[in-house]
Design a protein around this ligand. Structure first.
Ligand code: TPP
Ligand code: DXP
Ligand code: MG
Length: 640
């Protein structure tokens, strides 16, 4: 269902239309844009608070800059809904994040205005700097490059690496630091304190006012007062350098903080900055959820991505169930780590900026001195965990599978080469769903199982998750222990049972059978249970083994399987290449068995966004797809 935009917004089909508006009309447009986002997200879901917070900035940027010639890079991209709507995607915005609809993040294939594909944080400054250096190299020194980065994303090491480089470049790079004191959860760390200090400090405000007085005068001199620019720049610089400013010390000219919700002022400021050459940073202060009272005044973490809600009452729609529902895997993790830590005082919890998403916040609340939110800093989270392990502590480092990709060298260099006993809980393993390819946890089995000193496991249900966590905290010689589990609910409403150790490298038989054996890893095994019901109706009787470990594999069980079966299906919610099925195939070859193995999982292509089950179906490993694969194999004439 297409949602009607306000009158002014209905006229904006591209930023060229926006430029026809008077500065006064921008205020009305901002209100209409905000309403349109509220109307759509309340009905269709998606990220919310962040886009509301940058409405005025978005309008001002497209008003002042010549996009898409000037290059605008959004960090993370969850705040770019306004940008999408103003750049030709208003009428398809109701398909945002839906299967076959537009992406919830900027995406190069989707629009020329989306200069850089995003989803993971802290990339914008590097990307914009690369574009700026390219423009210089290609003789387009009139081109502007703008990176919009949040205070949360600024805590990522990559952002600092980029600023370190930008400070010695002479490019037209404008970094806009959108400071709303929030990550998904409240922002953390010394940088946050520093930004709060600049924003509230009397000295800085005085300096800021002086700068804008100077710039205010300078604007009146006309569109291109280059001579005056130099003089003013010098005075600004000396004024700022007399202060200790983090960004100035990196040779980035610092401007701000300014009110990011005053669209007229933002236009004025951006116009001025456009004429100042070289790398610079504008610090704007905004409110996440601005303009929608429940989000602005309520729990900002909830309103980061609230799901569908009643826009009038602010009530978030929750499915009502008549029977008790299984918990989310993340909550099983959160409660279980506390339960374990109460008995084992060496256990520590680590999350890089996902306390709510991973449910590590349960431990952070229960035992704050033993659980750390380290900011959007996955590399640091892993090496920090390694440091804890050197001292005999037992770290449970919980990272979304997709974000763990950031820390690959740390896993190898800092953990596995040193054989340190660090536990990795990889949440959101497999298809993430509506967030799409940037967030799918597709590769972890393949990238973890090839590292020596690494155990790789995955539970089929809540009880197994708890038992694996219990096993991971028991003393062991060394080595890392990975436990991967998906986004969403498990299958057991009665999950809080006493925990027991699982012998490392052992699987279990879910179902004895004949003709075809199905080997699974993790939660996706529940699809096989469903598939077996259909297959039984067809008179088929496949065996099903929940392997629990990809590494080490349960060799005894596999010998049993390969001795009995010539037709084998493997199922995993991960990339086929190098994954669990590949491990089984390697075992077969290494041990001289011959069988036909049908490997189901994520194919070697980028799978877009949609509901998890839609994506499983697309890749033929939903229950129907699995049943079809088994039927086909059962009918085939395997001669090995
Ligand atoms: C590498 C990486 N880690 C974690 C995340 C999850 N994440 C998405 S948005 C976000 C908070 C970003 O905060 P900020 O940049 O300040 O933007 P805001 O939502 O406040 O506008 C986090 C942690 C991510 N996208 N990428
Ligand atoms: C933009 C981003 O990276 C996060 O907001 C992410 O969408 C959270 O995912 P979950 O909803 O699975 O926690
Ligand atoms: Mg923020």
């Amino acid at each position: 269902m297409l949602i009607e935009p306000g009158k002014l917004l209905a006229e904006i089909n591209s930023p060229a239309d926006l430029k026809k508006l008077s500065p006064e009309q921008l205020v009305t447009l901002s209100t209409e844009l905000r309403d349109f986002i509220i109307d759509n997200v309340s009905v269709y879901g998606g990220h919310f608070g962040a886009s509301l917070g940058v409405v005025e900035l978005t309008v001002a940027l497209h008003y002042v800059f010549n996009t898409p010639y000037d290059q605008l890079v959004w960090d993370v991209g969850h705040q770019a809904y306004g940008h999408k709507i103003l750049t030709g995607r208003r009428d398809v915005f109701h398909t945002n994040r839906l299967y076959n609809g537009i992406s919830g993040f900027p995406k190069r294939k989707e629009s020329e205005y989306d200069t850089f594909g995003v989803g993971h944080s802290s990339t914008s400054i590097s990307a914009a700097l690369g574009m700026a250096e390219a423009s210089h190299f290609l003789g387009m020194d009139d081109k502007q490059h703008i990176a919009v980065i949040g205070d949360g994303a600024m805590t990522g090491g990559l952002a600092f690496e980029a600023m370190n480089h930008a400070g010695v470049s002479n490019t037209n790079l404008l970094i806009i630091l959108n400071d709303n004191c929030m990550s998904i959860d409240p922002n953390v760390g010394a940088l946050k304190d520093y930004l709060t200090d600049i924003t509230t400090s009397h000295t800085y405000n005085k300096v800021r006012d002086e700068i804008w007085n100077v710039l205010g005068k300078f604007s009146k001199f006309g569109p291109n007062p280059r001579e005056i620019v130099g003089k003013i720049e010098n005075s600004i610089k000396s004024l700022l350098l007399s202060q200790s400013n983090l960004f100035e010390s990196l040779n980035l000219r610092y401007f701000g903080p300014v009110d990011g919700h005053d669209v007229s002022h933002m236009v004025h400021v951006l116009k001025d900055l456009k004429d100042i050459k070289g790398p610079k940073i504008l610090h704007i202060v905004t409110t996440k959820g601005k303009g929608y009272a429940p989000a602005e005044n309520g729990d900002k973490t909830t309103w980061h991505a609230p799901g569908k809600f009643d826009k009038v009452t602010g009530e978030i729609h929750k499915k009502v169930h008549e029977t008790p529902q299984p918990p989310k895997y993340q909550d099983v993790f959160g409660h279980t780590i506390v339960e374990l830590a109460e008995k084992n005082d060496k256990i520590m919890g680590i999350t890089p900026a996902m306390p709510s998403g991973s449910s590590m916040n349960i431990m952070m609340n229960a035992m704050p001195e033993r659980a750390f939110d380290v900011g959007i800093a996955e590399q640091h989270a892993v090496t920090f965990s390694a440091g804890l392990a050197t001292q005999g502590l037992i770290p449970f480092c919980n990272i979304y599978s997709t974000f763990m990709q950031r820390s690959y060298d740390q896993v190898i260099h800092d953990v596995c080469i040193q054989d340190l006993p660090v536990n990795f809980c990889l949440d959101r393993a497999g298809f993430a769903g509506a967030d799409g390819p940037t967030h799918h946890g597709a590769y972890d089995i393949a990238y973890m199982r090839c590292i020596p000193n690494m155990i790789v496991s995955s539970p089929m249900n809540e009880e197994e998750l708890r038992n694996l966590m219990f096993t991971a905290q028991l003393p062991r010689e060394g080595g890392a222990f990975t436990i991967r589990y998906p986004r969403g609910q498990g299958v057991m409403s009665d999950w809080r049972k006493p925990m027991q150790a699982i012998e490392i490298g052992t699987g279990r038989t879910v179902r004895e059978g004949s003709e075809v054996a199905i080997l699974t890893i993790g939660h996706i095994g529940n699809y096989v249970v469903e598939a077996c019901e259909y297959l039984q109706e067809d008179g088929l009787d496949p065996a099903h083994y929940d392997m629990r470990f990809v590494k080490p594999l349960d060799e005894a069980l596999l010998h049993k399987v390969f001795k009995k079966f010539r037709k084998i299906v493997t199922v995993e919610d991960g990339c086929i290449m190098g994954g669990f099925g590949s491990a089984v195939a390697e075992f077969m070859v290494d041990h001289g068995y011959q069988a036909r193995i049908e490997r189901l999982g994520i194919p070697d292509r980028i799978v877009e966004h949609g509901e998890q089950r839609e994506l499983h179906a697309e890749c033929n490993f939903d229950p129907e797809g699995i049943a079809n694969a088994v039927r086909k194999l059962a009918e085939s004439n395997v001669t090995v």
